[in-house]
Every structure is written in C-alpha cells, then in structure tokens.
Write a protein that binds this ligand. Sequence first.
Ligand SMILES: [Ca+2]
Ligand SMILES: [Ca+2]
Length: 165
Amino acid sequence: MQSIFYFVFLFGFVQGRGTTCCTDGWLAFESSCYMFGKDVAAFTVAEQYCRQHGGHLIHVDNNHENNFIKDRLRDLKASHFWSGLTDEDIEGTWVWFDTDTNATFVDFYTGYGGHNNIADCVIFAYNLDYSWIDYACSSAAAKPLCERPSESCSCESTSANVIVG
Ligand SMILES: [Ca+2]
Ligand SMILES: [Ca+2]
C-alpha cells in the first residue's frame, strides 16, 4: 500500500511540476523537445532528418511556443530554419506536415504567406527577426528545426526521492 501511495505521490509531483524531459541535444519546452539541425537542406530532406531522430519539423501550435522558439533562434548563429508548415497541396491553405491539419496560428512577415505557388514551405527568416516567410521547398536554404513529444519524466525521481524521505 505504501508503495502505491509513493507512486501516486511521485506521479502527482512530476505531473504537477509539468516537467519535460528530453534526451541530449534536445531542448525542453512544455510537453515537447526541440532540436536545431546544423546543416542546411531542402524541406523534405530536413523532414527526413527530423524523422531519423524520432520527430518531425516543428509544428507551432500558438504564440507562446512561437515566441519561445524565436528567442532560442536569436541566440543561434544567423540561419534560416524550416518549420513543418506547407501550402504545397492548395495554394494559400497552410497545413502542418506532421498532423496534416490546417494551421490555426501563423506568424508571417507582412506580404508573405501564400503569395505564390513557387514558395510553398515556411521558414523562420533570420533577416526578419525570425518571422515566417514562404520559400521554395526544394531550396537547400534552411536548417531543420525538429520537434517531438517529451519523454516520461523518470529523470525527476532523484529529486522526488529526496523530498519523500
Ligand atoms: Ca508544437
Ligand atoms: Ca505557396
């Protein structure tokens, strides 16, 4: 019985903290892990890179996530980064590659976003303070920005043990 209590407490503690655990090389934020690729590639190659590492190109759900990522990008060396957003199927209809769902939040720089049928994949543009612009998918112009769900938080057990006793 005691062990069940301990488990419930530990689970509640970890959940209550909203802790995110990511493996080396991945950055934690809320319920996701992020990795910033080092080499420029075309959109599909960048997506493959993320898949090889257990994720997809980033799916930006809201302004909160977008601002977090833009702050991190500002800390990196100047480079464009791919998101997983594309209007390849229907011009001007923006779809997230990982879930095949329409975007409910976008952050396009003024004048960009569905402005032609050559530019169908979205990058965070370093020369525009990482606002989004649509770009040629086949261009090896940006680095992969990968996202995947965070892992279970067993790495919190050490601090939980200290508190329990
Ligand atoms: Ca996300
Ligand atoms: Ca387009």
